[in-house]
Design a protein around this ligand. Structure first.
Ligand code: ADP
Ligand code: MG
Length: 729
């Protein structure tokens, strides 16, 4: 290979030294460039730091021995499908048989007289001690070793590409690229006492000691969090340069507005409203996350901001992920205000209507409504994301007007955009909503989230947003009675359910996904778990049992992820309408279901769910006037499980629980699929508040000195890659 030309960016397929058959395997591990390879970090280290004497070996030990090959034989096993290679190795104290299965090439690498290190686990059977599939390294001249002495890195592997192979490649490239220029500024490294890049790469793959390995890990953890913080702070700075309409309201007018509401705001609603109103009265775009449990009154607070926008002659746009949620927002808003200046519109795939004041609500064709919206006549608009923000408008084919323009509905004077569970809404997205005439002013942005994110994670991942939190429910809500139930009391619980259904209520029964683990062993003898999910199976079986045996005279419906979207919708609508008494479901029911008549939430296999998720399930009941219940079934007797479930009973709100969950189960579950692809190292570092804070401080200090990172081009480039690579939306 033309080694001088290899850089971190070089794609592996362009490097001659890499056998083509390994390329797809590397790709499977997410490795396509030299950079990917060097950043493929070990999950652990095997300690081979001492060389054992053969006569000292004990079964069960993981050891390295050094000796000479005395005899080699390869044969086929009895069923003729498997090659067995046997090698007798001797040192000055004795000999031991080493066995490899299905690796006939071993006999080429190891011949009589070859000196080598062998590392692996010692077994004993009736023929004596032996080692199966040991890793080996032939010694030539010097005794310097990569695979069999000292701390040896163990990597995420794939079939046909072992840690040994990965180590070999990594070593080759570390040798070629001796000095990789560090993109972290020296001052940042110094301040945080971290090794520079080349050294850290070498030490993380080929550590000279445990301490050095840890120092290297610390650097890469820092590096990732630091880049995230830089990204956050830069987004913030970029947005601060943009202009937004000032949406102001006088104290007197605000008082009047609040007096019109059918309820008084809770303290934390008031606080959040204050923060939002302060933001939108400024001439720069707001970027704020409003978090609070379902039903805590987020939409109500957002509605007040919308009304303030209308009073300033600007439009407020609510975007919901589903039609159901859009309709729910519309109802929350129209219940709050007798009258909307400029009207409040609901526009979804199936509905188009405008509410002006109590008793005056008009149905429209979608085309007519879009025309009204695009003329600026309607000030408050509620709809689904897909309808508002994308070009895929169902109206398009029927009309040349309105939304037939590319890019969805255009708003002549958008003042604020309010979106559910979407944490990023960039400059371009904001601009795309606006009409060209007003595109120099960007709308303010408010994200509403009912997913409680622990403080550390919020800071680490969404640090470009300001956060307002509603941490209490409106007064008068009844607490949901929550109980942990032993399976032997299941009949009693069913009786309770029947009683409540007789009284007119409805019930959820939630099942976890059933995990069927298939355990296999790979060539190196390490065990792998292939997890196959079959959630629908369990739910189908239970649905059958409940509807025929337990509740034969009740209407039992079923919901799971494998149903078609239309069928899901139908089941949910039937449940909402009260045509279904008992809804048997997997976790798909989590998303924004509002059925105030449902009063019992039964959760089977509760130990399989995270606390945050259990909390969300429980939030499906207790939404109406009736006392509600949540039963947590578990057959687990583990103390930690019961502690966890007890936390659900004790916690005051979702945020408290989220913190607890983070402590008990780590950050992965909060970030979900969006962040997969992150190395565990990075994932876990997000949970380290001290690390997040020092990374943020360093990032902020650096940007203060050099806002465009002009003197750190490598870092700027790295940052660009990060925002493209990792999905931060
Ligand atoms: P969220 O958006 O956080 O789920 P909503 O704003 O939709 O909550 O409020 C849930 C319900 O509670 C709505 O019907 C709303 O009108 C009502 N509500 C909101 N705030 C209050 C309050 N302070 N007091 C009484 N009811 C409230
Ligand atoms: Mg809501």
């Amino acid at each position: 290979m033309s080694q001088n030309l290899v850089t971190l960016e070089t794609r592996l397929e362009n490097i001659q030294g890499i056998m083509p058959k390994f390329l797809p395997k590397l790709k499977k591990l997410g490795i396509e460039t030299v950079h990917d390879l060097l950043w493929h970090f070990p999950t652990r280290y095997e300690d081979y730091s001492t060389i054992s004497k053969i006569d000292q070996l004990k079964p069960g030990d993981t050891v390295t021995i050094r000796g000479e090959v005395n005899r080699v034989s390869t044969r086929r096993a009895w069923n003729r499908r498997m090659y067995i290679t046997e090698v007798l190795v001797v040192d000055e104290t004795g000999g031991i048989n080493l066995v490899w299965f299905n690796q006939p090439f071993i006999s080429k690498a190891l011949q009589e007289g070859t000196r080598a290190n062998f590392a692996g686990k010692v077994f004993e059977n009736k023929t004596g001690k032996h080692m199966a599939n040991p890793t080996f390294e032939v010694l030539r001249g010097t005794a310097q070793t990569t695979h069999t002495a000292g701390l040896v890195a163990v990597y995420p592997e794939t079939r046909g590409l072992t840690s040994k192979g990965l180590r070999q490649y990594i070593k080759t490239f570390l040798d070629i690229l001796k000095d990789i220029e560090d993109f972290l500024p020296e001052a940042v490294l110094k301040k945080n006492d971290l090794p520079e890049l080349s050294a850290a790469l070498r030490q993380i793959h080929f550590p000279s000691s445990k301490a050095q390995a840890q120092r290297a890990q610390a650097r890469f953890a820092f590096e990732y969090v630091f880049l995230l913080q830089l990204n956050n702070l830069k987004l913030r700075a970029d947005l601060a340069k943009e202009k937004a309409p000032k949406l102001a309201v006088s104290d007197a007018n605000l008082k009047k507005l609040l007096a019109m509401l059918p309820f008084t705001l809770t303290d934390s609603q008031q606080q959040s409203l204050k923060e939002i109103l302060a933001d939108i009265s400024r001439p720069h775009p707001m970027n704020r996350l409003l978090q609070g449990d379902v039903g805590s009154g987020k939409t109500a607070v957002a509605a007040l901001a919308a009304v303030v926008a209308a009073a300033n002659d600007r439009q407020a746009v609510f975007m919901a992920p589903t039609e159901v949620l859009a309709r729910q927002h519309y109802h929350t808003l129209t219940k709050m205000f007798k009258k909307f200046d400029g009207g409040a519109a609901l526009i979804t795939g199936s509905e188009a209507r405008v509410y002006y004041e109590k008793g005056l609500e008009e149905k429209k064709t979608k085309a007519a409504l879009i025309k009204l919206i695009e003329s600026g006549a309607i000030k408050t608009i509620i709809g689904t994301h897909s309808l508002i923000a994308s070009g895929k408008d169902p109206v398009k084919s029927h009309s040349d007007h309105g939304a037939s323009k590319k890019g969805g509905v255009h708003f002549p004077d958008p003042g604020i955009v309010i979106v559910d569970e979407q944490h990023r809404f960039g400059v371009r997205q904001r601009a795309a909503l606006s009409d060209k005439k007003t595109a120099d002013l960007l709308p303010h942005f408010l994200s509403m989230s009912a997913t409680p994110i622990p403080r550390t994670l919020a800071l680490a991942v969404f640090g470009d947003l300001d956060v307002s939190t509603i941490n209490e429910l409106p007064k008068g809500r009844k607490e949901i009675i929550t109980k942990i139930v032993d399976p032997e009391n299941r009949p009693k619980a069913y009786g309770f359910v029947k009683q409540h259904i007789k009284a007119g209520r409805q019930v959820f029964i939630i099942y976890p996904r059933i995990e069927q683990a298939e355990v296999t062993e790979d060539e190196s003898g390490s065990v792998k778990k292939n997890v196959a999910w079959s959630e629908s199976k369990a739910v189908k079986a239970e649905h059958e049992r409940l509807s025929t045996k337990v509740f034969p005279d009740l209407r039992v419906g079923m919901l799971h992820g494998k149903l078609k979207a239309v069928d899901k919708k139908k089941v949910m609508e039937d449940f909402k309408r009260g045509v279904i008494d008992v809804l048997v479901s997997t976790s798909v029911v989590e998303v924004g279901v509002d059925v105030p008549n449902a009063t019992i939430m039964v959760i089977e296999g509760a130990q399989h769910f995270g606390l945050a998720q259990l909390y969300q399930f429980r939030g499906r009941v207790g939404r109406g006037e009736h006392q509600s219940f949540c039963f947590l079934f578990t057959d687990s007797h583990s103390e930690t499980t019961h502690k966890r479930l007890q936390a659900l009973i004790d916690a005051k709100n979702g945020f408290e629980l989220a913190e607890k969950d983070l402590e008990l189960r780590g950050p992965g579950q909060f970030l979900g699929d969006k962040q997969t692809g992150l190395p565990d190292l990075a994932m876990n570092s997000l949970n380290d508040i001290r690390l997040v804070k020092s990374a943020r401080d360093s990032a902020s200090a650096l940007l203060k000195k050099d806002p465009e990172l002009a003197t750190h081009p490598k870092l700027a480039e790295k940052l660009d890659n990060l925002s493209q690579q990792v999905h931060l939306e």
